[in-house]
Design a protein around this ligand. Structure first.
Ligand code: AGP
Length: 371
């Protein structure tokens, strides 16, 4: 059993380490003759050109990956994208037709709510593309096309490597749509793909600083609450960081959009409260960076203990970070592939410090096949 876990105590810890490979493998074969290739047999450029709206449906971590898809797809394609929890989508009356593309994201491919959302979309004649990590599972079988995340079986109940692979697959969908619609020039698409191909190396660099994250985690192992703040793509990352901590460490954790702080959550800030802040790249939009900086200032002034994830060399955050976790530089849209990783390590370490089995958190199943 120890060998199966590659020398780690838990599958989850091994799966965290496998993330650079999972991202790299998910990209393999999807760029040929200067073009993104999504699913050669079943989804043609012509069909992608006809798409006038995108819905992303998923549950849990896969939903967080879906939230990230929205930023990339809207930015690259100018198509409207709605992201919805599969369990909510199917009981509304979503407006879909044959020019709607529904992207169903599921690691297992067996999640009941997501499967029902796929069926509902198909009844409305929408085209359904599954992003799935399990060959031949029910969701890809019932979808019109499938893009597999190729990160190998995920055993740990908490999603880690599948999440990064899903984000990667979402980028491929966004680039394929942009290419088909002509909202990006071929050389721009090629440049984005090359940038994506260089991400695994950076994910590996983040993993090298795992010891530092674990050391921080041990200091916070017994606090009652941890908050997570992020803006733009940092917001879904904050949600994912909070979910990891809930499911593994059974700790109260909440992720907020940093801009919402003043609309309520700031009332929670009190002396000693640990708050993670996911900083955007200082090389990206300056306004995003300065907004987050002033958020950290505000919460620190109210006594929060700030744990800041920031790009290396971003010295502006130092005065406001009680703990600083540095990640390599990356274009804004790709940063979540890096900033999520310390949050996974943090949650796993806190859970272990509390004596919990991180592969099998209480009350949870790997795949929720009943509604
Ligand atoms: C993630 O850590 C969770 N265990 C859970 O939220 C999961 O992402 C969700 O149940 C969806 O599963 P799926 O990707 O297999 O559809």
């Amino acid at each position: 059993a120890a060998a199966e876990k590659g020398g780690h105590d838990y599958f989850m810890l091994k799966e965290i380490q496998e993330q650079p490979q999972g991202v790299a493998d998910t990209l393999i074969g999807h760029f040929a003759h200067g073009k993104i290739v999504l699913d050669e047999q079943r989804l043609h450029d012509q069909e992608l050109r006809e798409v006038d709206k995108v819905f992303v449906v998923a549950c849990g971590s896969s939903y967080h990956a879906g939230l990230l898809a929205k930023y990339a797809i809207e930015h690259w394609t100018r198509l409207p994208v709605e992201v919805e929890l599969a369990s909510e989508f199917r009981y509304r009356d979503p407006v879909l037709d044959r020019s709607t593309l529904v992207v169903a994201i599921s690691q297992s491919g067996e999640t009941a709510d997501t499967l029902e959302a796929v069926r509902h979309a198909k009844e409305q004649k929408a085209r359904v593309l599954a992003i799935c990590n399990t060959n031949g599972a029910q969701i890809p079988r019932e979808s019109d096309a499938v893009l597999y995340t190729r990160t190998g079986p995920e055993i740990g109940v908490a999603s880690t490597k599948a999440f990064l692979a899903q984000i990667t697959a979402n980028f491929l969908v966004g680039l394929a749509l942009a290419q088909a619609r002509g909202t990006k020039y071929p050389d721009e698409v090629a440049r984005e793909f090359a940038e994506l191909e260089s991400m695994p190396k950076r994910v590996a660099q983040v993993l090298e600083s795992a010891d530092r994250v674990r050391e921080i985690a041990r200091q916070f192992a017994h606090v009652p609450t941890v908050l997570f703040l992020g803006r733009h793509v940092g917001y879904p990352v904050a949600l994912e960081g909070a979910l990891k901590l809930k499911e593994l460490a059974y700790m109260h954790a909440e992720g907020f959009a940093a801009g919402e702080l003043k609309h309520g959550p700031i009332a929670l800030i009190e002396d000693g409260l640990p708050v993670f802040v996911v900083m955007p790249s200082p090389k990206g939009r300056a306004v995003l960076h300065s907004k987050l900086l002033s958020n950290i200032r505000e919460i620190q002034a109210r006594g929060a203990r700030t744990i800041v994830i920031a790009e290396e060399g971003d010295d502006t955050v130092r005065p406001f970070a009680d703990h600083l976790i540095e990640i390599p530089s990356a274009p804004t849209l790709y940063q979540p592939l890096l900033s999520t990783v310390p949050l996974q390590i943090f949650a796993a370490e806190v859970a272990q410090a509390r004596g919990y089995d991180v592969d099998k958190p209480r009350n949870l199943a790997k795949s929720v096949t009943v509604e």
